[in-house]
Design a protein around this ligand. Structure first.
Ligand code: ADP
Ligand code: MG
Length: 246
């Protein structure tokens, strides 16, 4: 085996797959740029680290199951004036995740709750956190199915593998008693252990009623809002405004 082939297979044994893949090109670049040994080593290791990072981000983006791509950079704070850019920016050090705090976006349809939740989730993935997006309806169905199969605990511990669970649109549809209980089990397991971003059209004053004032209503609301940042969004629907403009 030639020296290049041998080095290639050493890289593969060490799972330095990006370096292995581009070895001839990297050697050519070293010659062209007259890099020192140290400069070259740095370039090569940098390539491996950067590419691995990008690959991880791509993988975690797929696993997050965002329903659509929304970026914080595309959020227009001139339209949505009930929240300020600095309020969102201050979350992006992700202290709230490290401290297992929750974010709650409350407001009527079309004011940007889901956009902000996805945008923050995207940035959290880039920062190295694991995120999963679920509509409240899909989550409730998923828990119900698991419960029927006697796998509720297992399903909940799978969900709890994420640093951040985004629950979108809680409160739009009524839930059965069993569903409320399942949801309570989930919220309870995540409490002070993982973070939740919740979007809802329901003000806290309506939550008791939404949970039918049964015995899980108070503990659910209590655990969600304890250690949480609450954002009340108002204003007119962005969708409606776009419609009127066109
Ligand atoms: P909500 O979840 O509050 O019902 P969405 O986040 O789904 O609202 O927003 C509805 C649509 O309008 C989405 O396509 C979203 O990207 C867009 N949108 C809402 N608010 C803004 C905003 N301030 N800047 C840019 N796009 C916005
Ligand atoms: Mg929404």
């Amino acid at each position: 085996m030639g020296q290049l082939d041998q080095t290639h297979s050493l890289c593969q044994s060490l799972r330095l797959s990006w370096i292995a893949q581009r070895l001839p090109q990297l050697l050519r670049e070293a010659d062209e740029n007259e890099w020192t040994h140290l400069q070259w080593l740095e370039q090569v290791l940098n390539l491996e680290v950067t590419e691995r990072d990008q690959q991880r981000i791509r993988r975690h983006m797929v696993q997050a199951h965002f329903p659509m791509e929304k970026r914080l950079d595309d959020f227009d704070y001139r339209h949505q004036t009930t929240i300020q850019k600095k309020q969102i920016s201050s979350l992006l050090d992700f202290n709230f995740l490290d401290q297992r705090q929750n974010l709650i976006f409350i407001g009527p349809p079309g004011v940007g709750k889901t956009h902000l939740a996805i945008g923050i989730g995207h940035r959290a993935i880039e920062a190295g956190y694991r995120v999963q997006f679920k509509t409240a309806m899909a989550l409730v169905e998923e828990l119900e199915l698991a419960e029927k199969r006697g796998e509720l605990k297992r399903r909940i511990s799978l969900l709890a593998k994420n640093d951040l669970l985004i629950i979108d649109e809680l409160g739009y549809l009524p839930m059965s008693r069993q569903s409320r209980y399942n949801l309570f089990q989930l919220i309870n397991s995540l409490y002070e252990y993982r973070s939740i971003i919740l979007t809802t059209n329901k003000d806290f004053t309506d939550w008791g009623e939404f949970f039918h004032n049964d015995n899980v209503a108070v503990p659910i609301v209590d655990r969600i809002i304890h250690h949480s940042h609450i954002f009340m969004l108002g204003g007119e629907s962005y969708r409606l405004k776009q419609k009127i403009k066109s």
